[in-house]
Structure formats: structure tokens, C-alpha cells
Design a protein around this ligand. Structure first.
Ligand code: URA
Length: 210
């Protein structure tokens, strides 16, 4: 697995405002959008393209176009939805599928409670959106789900990640073509599984349920 941690003062600045407990939901949502556009720029570096001949007003030339099948963007419900618009601004022709993942509180294993994806993902490049890579259980399960459907490579975009989550995803997806793009790599998880220093519960902060 390739791990790319963003290193840009604008991203760190926006993340600082996002982390601040005083930042209200409307600002949090707007900043998540802006951050996603910046992270998407990094995450789409290896988006597949094909050569395309065009005519400019002056001459013939060769450019590129996004290859078919189009990339598939998969926000993990609920908090991943807050990242969707920012990515789609950069990749407007991508297709969007949805995955709802939750944890069985008895077995502690992640399970899929909602799914709206093409049945066959053969040859698809997929971009998974999940803001907080904490224990890594649901992200690893979501990535595995996409490979089981035939995806060729998966890029996961997370706003924050903890070392524990990265290690878990790395173990679970070994042998697959996976790239992880993070806005920042934080210190650790606390006893409740929150990322430290983190930003709290991303879904609550996005949708105002604090
Ligand atoms: N999910 C969140 O929303 N926040 C965390 O810190 C960890 C998991």
C-alpha cells in the first residue's frame, strides 16, 4: 500500500480550523469541501487517461481524456458524504456509488448495511471517501468489498488518519493495489477509538448532531 500524507500549508491551515471545537457545522462543511478538492488533486495523480486527438483553432494536437470505464467514487456513509462534492468538483464525470458500513457491537466486526454500486467493477479505478481512518476496520472492509467486485485499484482519501488504522488497512489489503491519501497523520487513538488530536466525530460535526 502506498501512503501519501499531504504536506501543504493551505491544507494544514484548513485542517487547523476544522479541528477547532468552536468551528460551527456550516464552516466545517465548507472547509471539508475545500480540503477535499486539494486532497483530490493529489489522489487523482494516477487517474487513467487515454490519448485524444483534437483540433485547436491553430492546429491538430494530442491531449488526453479520462479513460473508460469512468472512475467510481464511493463515499462511506454517513461522514464520507461530506467529502463527495469536493471530489466531484475535480472529477465531474466520475460515477458515484454508496456504501454504508457499521460495526456489529457484539462481534466488533464491520458489516455492510447499505450498498448501491455497480455489480461488476472489473477494470474500475475506485476512490473511497472516509474522513477518519481510526481503527481501520470499516475502510479495510470497504476496500475489500470493491476488490471482491473486480476493482483493479483503489485510492482511499481520508482527512485524518491514526497509525493504528493505517497498519490495519495495510494488513488487510496486502497484495492489492491500494493508495491511501491523508490530510494529516495524527498521533494515536484514545480509549474510545477517537483520533488524537483529531477533530471529534466527523459525522456529528458535519451534520450538526453535537
Ligand atoms: N470517527 C470519527 O468521526 N472521529 C474519530 O476520531 C474516529 C472515528
Amino acid at each position: 500500500m502506498r501512503v501519501h500524507v499531504a504536506d501543504h500549508p493551505l491544507i494544514t491551515h484548513k485542517l487547523t480550523v476544522l479541528r477547532d471545537r468552536e468551528t460551527p457545522s456550516p464552516t466545517f462543511r465548507a472547509l471539508t469541501n475545500e480540503l477535499m478538492t486539494l486532497l483530490a488533486y493529489e489522489a487523482t495523480r494516477s487517474v487513467r487517461v487515454v490519448e485524444k486527438q483534437i483540433s485547436t483553432p491553430v492546429t491538430e494536437t494530442t491531449g488526453v481524456a479520462i479513460a473508460e470505464p469512468r472512475p467510481l467514487v464511493v463515499p462511506i456513509l454517513r461522514a464520507g458524504l461530506g467529502m463527495l462534492d469536493g471530489l466531484m468538483q475535480l472529477l465531474p464525470t466520475a460515477e458515484v456509488g454508496f456504501l454504508g458500513m457499521a460495526r456489529n457491537e457484539e462481534t466488533l466486526q464491520p458489516y455492510t448495511y447499505a450498498e448501491r454500486l455497480p455489480d461488476d467493477l472489473s477494470d474500475r479505478q475506485c476512490f473511497v471517501l472516509d474522513p477518519m481512518l481510526a481503527t481501520g476496520g470499516s475502510l479495510a472492509a470497504a476496500i475489500q468489498f470493491l476488490f471482491d467486485r473486480g476493482a483493479v485499484d483503489v485510492t482511499a482519501i481520508c482527512i485524518l488518519g491514526a497509525p493504528e488504522g493505517i497498519a490495519k488497512v495495510e494488513r488487510e489489503v496486502e497484495g492489492h493495489d491500494v493508495t491511501l491519501v491523508l490530510g494529516a497523520l495524527d498521533e494515536r487513538l484514545d480509549e474510545q477509538g477517537y483520533i488524537v488530536p483529531g477533530l471529534g466525530d466527523a459525522g456529528d460535526r458535519l451534520y450538526g448532531t453535537v
